[in-house]
Design a protein around this ligand. Structure first.
Ligand SMILES: *Cc1c(COP(=O)(O)O)cnc(C)c1O
Length: 337
């Protein structure tokens, strides 16, 4: 068994989660007849303070649906240059929705400068695409958006007739870090997508939440994208279990990340980026030559880490305090040689 720090997506369902999956009551969800999916959707909508929710195959699908709900063909959305909903979703908004991105650089705290957002909104002119949507991300690189920022962004969006979509793949990590109810983080947001398959530990699935109208619209686009699932209540059961049992334990992952960062910072050759350390991600910088060597050395010792430099290390429910100690010891041994 590897100690796998590449991502929080690597967790297999726990035994308890597998049991609720096996026992789930199911039906044909395209007919709206899967009671477990309906329960999950209602539970999540309620948790986020939105009218309705839609179970989606992935966060990528949830974000694309958010964009499709708010934008028509030929419209555009403003989004972070390094945002998942722009950079890491294979250009789906452009290809499948005919919506063009207007990327802007993130500030160092994961926000988009709202003055720059306003300046990027294109005037009503025959030359331009219509700017229709602002898309934010929480957490971004493990950083929670500052409290109150999203509400500010919502005001700016409303003043300019834009809708606001939040990619909340790891929104629950932000809520746990800030110690506020998760619905407080999405006030004023028109749609929000959250992932069940990251730190929450479900094997599959995300949810898009918003108004009845938005979710009604999204349901149709989801069908078109091939996301109309049948007896997927077995997956929804895992998601419901994750939302009910695995949110508060995210604190453990954050504590493990902090321990890891502290342990690594004493090692000559490693620079820990403490500025980004809030939730379950640790970023470390090392020389280019060491970056490759370290990842190879750790793999030989049954530890997997991300590639690149800075290197990303992600904690999750498959990582114990003992694992963290082992990783620190192994990194120390590598840099001794
Ligand atoms: C993982 C992730 C998503 C969704 O990814 P899927 O693999 O499609 O579920 C969206 N946004 C962010 C920031 C993510 O990390």
């Amino acid at each position: 068994m590897y100690i796998d720090l590449r991502s929080d997506t690597v967790t297999p369902p726990t035994d308890a989660m597998r049991r609720v999956m096996a026992d789930a009551v199911v039906g044909d969800d395209v007919y709206g007849e899967d009671p477990t999916i309906r329960e999950l959707e209602e539970y999540c909508a309620d948790l986020l303070g939105k009218e309705a929710a839609l179970f989606t195959t992935s966060g990528t699908q949830g974000n694309l649906l958010g964009i499709m709900v708010h934008c028509q063909r030929g419209d555009e959305y403003i989004v972070g240059q390094q945002a998942h909903a722009y950079r890491y979703e294979a250009g789906g908004a452009a290809i499948l929705a005919s919506v063009q991105p207007q990327p802007l650089n993130f500030e160092s705290d994961g926000t988009l400068d709202l003055k720059k957002v306003t300046a990027a909104i294109k005037p009503d002119d025959v030359h331009f695409a219509r700017t229709r949507l602002l898309c934010l991300e929480n957490t971004h690189n493990g950083m929670a958006l500052p409290l109150g920022y999203v509400q500010e962004a919502a005001k700016v969006a409303a003043m300019n007739q834009l809708k606001l979509h939040l990619d909340g793949a790891r929104l629950f990590n932000a809520a746990v870090f800030l110690d506020v109810p998760v619905k407080q983080l999405v006030q004023g947001v028109d749609t929000v997508s959250v992932c069940l398959s990251k730190g929450l530990g479900a094997p599959v699935g995300s949810l898009l939440c918003g108004s009845y109208q938005a979710i009604h619209e999204a349901r149709k686009w989801r069908k078109m994208l091939g996301g109309g699932l049948r007896q997927a209540g077995i997956l929804a059961a895992a998601g419901l279990y994750a939302l009910q049992q695995h949110v508060s334990r995210l604190q453990e992952d954050h504590t493990h990340a902090a321990l890891l960062a502290q342990g690594l910072t004493g090692i000559p050759g490693i620079e820990v980026q403490f500025g980004k350390l809030q939730t379950n991600m640790v970023f470390i910088k090392t020389s280019e030559q060491h970056a490759r060597g370290l990842s190879q050395y750790l793999k030989e010792h049954n530890i997997l880490i991300g590639t690149g430099n800075p290197i990303r290390l992600v904690t999750h429910l498959g990582i114990s305090g003992k694992d963290i100690e082992q990783v620190i010891a192994c990194c120390r041994a590598f840099f001794k040689n």
